[in-house]
Design a protein around this ligand. Structure first.
Ligand code: ZN
Length: 96
């Protein structure tokens, strides 16, 4: 399937949860941190993530990463080590 046809299908199909990928990704951090005030938005994003193969891996990664960072914060790992781990993750991501 070419990118063109995929874009066309994407435009014809209503986005899952009634919110598109851009909207989900823009609020992903707030969603993970449960900082979204609007329960309807939370519900839309939750539904979207259940079905969207593009956003879910992203959500999963960010969630794991944020948890990882907060664990590091708690165990007060040296800043230099934290920077190195972060760098490793970035490099791994860019290889995918
Ligand atoms: Zn999506």
């Amino acid at each position: 399937m070419t990118g063109f046809i995929r874009d066309l299908l994407g435009k014809m199909m209503p986005p899952p949860g009634g919110i598109d990928c851009g909207g989900v990704l823009a609020q992903l951090y707030e969603y993970i941190d449960e900082e979204l005030d609007d329960p309807a938005t939370v519900e839309k994003i939750r539904k979207h993530l259940q079905v969207c193969k593009r956003c879910y891996p992203r959500y999963d990664f960010e969630k794991a990463f944020l948890r990882f960072v907060s664990e590091l914060g708690r165990t007060s790992a040296p800043a230099e080590l934290r920077g190195r781990i972060f760098q490793n993750i970035l490099e791994e991501e860019s290889q995918n």
